[in-house]
Design a protein around this ligand. Structure first.
Ligand code: GCU
Length: 340
């Protein structure tokens, strides 16, 4: 073959390879950019809150691992509604995913109340020992038949009381005060047991209700208190840590049933990984929020062991009403305490 023919042949081969490569690349991009499922995920916290950041990570992992076939769009700041109505929509297939507090989920799956009994856990490690173990797995299965599939546990620290006008040191200080509670019968009963008047309000209504004086206080963890600026209007924070309320990532059963098994497995695995990420973010955020609110004037009321005990005793009626059927579970949880 002449030198000229040789050059022409090589050029043709190179061109063919380039064109074929281009077509394949284009096809790949095209198939990646058309998701088979576009799903919504409701979150009632802000964009930079640990649970939202972990949800974002979850969505990215699912997108990557399904080659762009499952796209999950995170909708933060309660834009899809308050937690209770989001859960209702999940159950009836209007919203695909959400992250919700166990206190609201327990309204639909009552056995979950066991996991948020007041003064149940010794500390955060004890709670994780329970949730990561057999009891946690068993309670995730309790969602069967609820219209929801539970995917993972997220951290939400411990909840304590905060008030606008006066510090709380003992349960009697709560007497007659109007304290906001989420949509949770157990929490409302807890406040009644302490002599307060529970006021059920959605999370995003708490700030304005504190400003107008419709309520005298609320209760939550440090990151929520800081993130929604409750510290500006309720500067007395009593570290009574009456409850540890974990949270759950859930998916609508209707959505779940439409997904091929391969995607279900990816979603489960990514939810589990995102939960580990959330836990590490949570620890950082708890420290940050605590320091930030103290810096901006919050008066932290630290209780002695004896003072804490008084809150614990006042909370006992909750065990009779919510735990008597599940005492074996409560005992199983208590057995995992380091001091047991
Ligand atoms: C926590 C939790 C929210 C919940 C809120 C509440 O902040 O993360 O999901 O809605 O408590 O008290 O309503």
């Amino acid at each position: 073959m002449s030198k000229k023919k040789h050059v022409v042949l090589i050029t043709v081969v190179v061109l063919v390879i380039a064109v074929l490569g281009g077509i394949l690349y284009y096809k790949d991009q095209e198939s990646r950019s058309v998701p088979e499922f576009v799903l919504t995920y409701a979150e009632n916290q802000a964009e930079d809150y640990p649970t939202t950041l972990a949800a974002q990570r979850f969505a990215e992992m699912v997108y990557e691992q399904t080659d762009g076939k499952v796209e999950i769009r995170i909708r933060p700041n309660s834009i899809l509604g308050d937690e209770y109505s989001v859960i209702e929509q999940i159950r009836f297939g209007g919203i695909d995913f959400c992250r919700a507090s166990l206190s609201t989920l327990a309204e639909v799956v009552p056995k979950l109340n066991v996991l948020q009994l007041p003064y149940l856990y010794e500390d955060s490690e004890h709670m994780w020992e329970v949730l990561d173990g057999e009891i946690g797995a068993e309670l995730l299965e309790e969602f069967d038949g609820s219209g929801m599939v539970a995917l993972s546990w997220y951290d939400a620290g411990a909840r304590s009381f905060y008030t606008s006008q006066q510090p709380i040191r003992k349960p009697e200080d709560l007497k007659g005060l109007r304290i906001r509670v989420p949509e949770s019968e157990l929490m409302a009963d807890l406040l009644r047991a302490m002599g307060a008047e529970p006021v059920v309000l959605a999370f995003d209504e708490v700030y304005s209700s504190l400003v107008t004086g419709t309520i005298d206080g609320a209760e939550n963890n440090w990151p929520s208190y800081e993130s929604l600026h409750h510290n500006e209007v309720a500067p007395y924070f009593t570290v009574d840590e009456h409850m540890r309320v974990p949270e759950c990532q859930v998916v609508s059963q209707q959505t779940w049933d439409k997904l091929p098994e391969e995607y279900q497995q990816i979603i489960r695995e990514c939810a589990r990984e995102s939960a580990e990420y959330e836990r590490s973010l949570w620890k950082e955020q708890e420290e940050y929020a605590h320091a930030a609110v103290l810096e901006s004037g919050t008066k932290e009321i630290i209780l002695t062991e004896k003072e804490k005990k008084a809150f614990e005793e006042a909370a006992q009626p909750i065990y009779e009403k919510y735990a008597s059927e599940y005492m074996d579970l409560v005992e199983g949880i208590r057995a995992l305490r380091k001091d047991s």
